[in-house]
Design a protein around this ligand. Structure first.
Ligand code: SAH
Length: 356
């Protein structure tokens, strides 16, 4: 644990002592802001690994997918590649390289809050303009937005059903750097959708106001400026109950309420809600579909075969990476892909025919 992280636990403990319990969302926001701000968590030696870090094929296929959309839109000269939470910039650099083969070179914008990761991103994609939030993104020209494992890092609010009704789930100090969650005191029944309200005591209803807020805003931009947004994450395609808050450290699950800021806190992404935000802005929605299905439709097998032919000594590594990204017992099913796009743009590839 870094000394700073111990300080975060102390700061949160003081805050709770002084002004009472904090919400799960506040706790998650503080913990992840410390976590992403203090180091690079990605890779084999880090805490977790993401699709673009597993293989160049992931970013390349995203780049080809965008190129196809752009070509079908008659190759607008002025447009923006926007990535939310780009990590090390690996996805963007692989995608932009694939796009450049078609002389597709959009402006590049990264929305990133971590200073440490910003430095790495600028090393890999020097032309990228960095933004603290989506607010400063350009307001003219189509937006091609990519969000891979971004929304899962945003804070979730949790409501829990007690004998006295629905309450916000709040965080109190247990001891040392250990915290615990418990029901708060104010009634929150109105914040739970009616269909889910009559659940067993102890049920948890989760939502991510930060995620829906960002989605609602970007969907409005895409509706007026044109463009598309691709979301890849683990999450659910049906509304439901239960806590999905989890913590990972050194590739192992750990307790989300111990040592805040030293482990990656995530929650499953609610694709239904994100899709609804886009529909409210009159965008089309494609998916969510399983990552494995989507990558296969885009030709990951063909790409793997090409790479293996060029580097026969790497064939096992290439096939293992392909399997990891696509197999049902790996990332193929748990991870989902959804696209939302302007009604004036053609339906994107990889989602089959049934597009709303
Ligand atoms: N997309 C990358 C990294 C995923 S990790 C990949 O697939 O490898 C989550 C990323 O989101 C990190 O870059 C993290 O710093 C960033 N992030 C987390 N919360 C954020 C916020 N509120 N605003 C902008 N970026 C954020």
């Amino acid at each position: 644990m870094s000394p700073d992280a111990g300080q975060l636990a102390l700061r949160l403990a003081k805050q709770i002592e002084g002004s009472g319990p904090i919400s799960v969302a506040e706790y998650m926001r503080a913990a992840n802001s410390e976590y992403y701000g203090s180091g690079d968590p990605l890779g084999v030696d880090g805490d977790f690994i993401t699709a673009p870090e597993i293989s160049q094929m992931f970013g390349e296929l995203v780049g080809m997918w965008l190129t196809d959309i752009w070509l079908r839109q008659n190759s607008p000269a002025y447009c923006h590649y926007v990535e939310l939470g780009p990590g090390r910039g690996t996805l963007a650099s692989d995608a932009l390289r694939a796009m450049a083969r078609f002389e597709f070179a959009p402006n590049v914008h990264f929305v990133e809050t971590s200073e440490v990761l910003r430095a790495t991103q600028s090393g890999h994609v020097p032309q990228a303009q960095l933004h603290d939030s989506i607010d400063s993104l350009p307001t003219d020209g189509p937006l091609l937005v990519i969000a891979n494992e971004f929304f899962d890092a945003l804070p979730v609010r949790q409501l829990i059903l007690t004998h006295a009704g629905w309450r916000e789930r709040v965080v109190v100090r247990d001891r040392g750097t250990r915290f615990a969650a418990m029901p708060g005191s104010s009634a929150m029944d109105a914040a739970v959708p009616e269909a889910l309200r009559n659940a067993p005591v102890g049920s948890i209803f989760e939502s991510s106001p930060d995620s829906t807020g960002i989605m609602y805003e970007l969907a409005a931009r895409i509706a007026t400026q044109g463009g598309v947004m691709l979301i890849v994450d683990y999450g659910y395609a049906q509304p439901g109950l239960g806590s999905t808050l989890q913590a990972v450290k050194a590739h192992q699950p750990t307790d989300p309420f111990t040592d805040p800021g030293t482990c990656d806190l995530t929650a499953h992404v609610n694709f239904v809600e994100l899709g609804n935000m886009a529909r409210m802005r009159e965008l089309h929605v494609a998916g969510p579909t399983a990552q494995g299905v989507w990558l296969s439709a885009l030709g990951i097998n063909q790409r793997a075969a090409m790479l293996a032919e060029a580097s026969p000594e790497r064939v096992e590594e290439i096939n293992a990476a392909r399997d990891r990204l696509t197999k049902a017992d790996e990332m193929g099913t748990l991870f989902k892909v959804m696209a939302v796009y302007s009604t004036e743009w053609a339906a994107p590839e990889g989602f089959g025919n049934p597009v709303e």
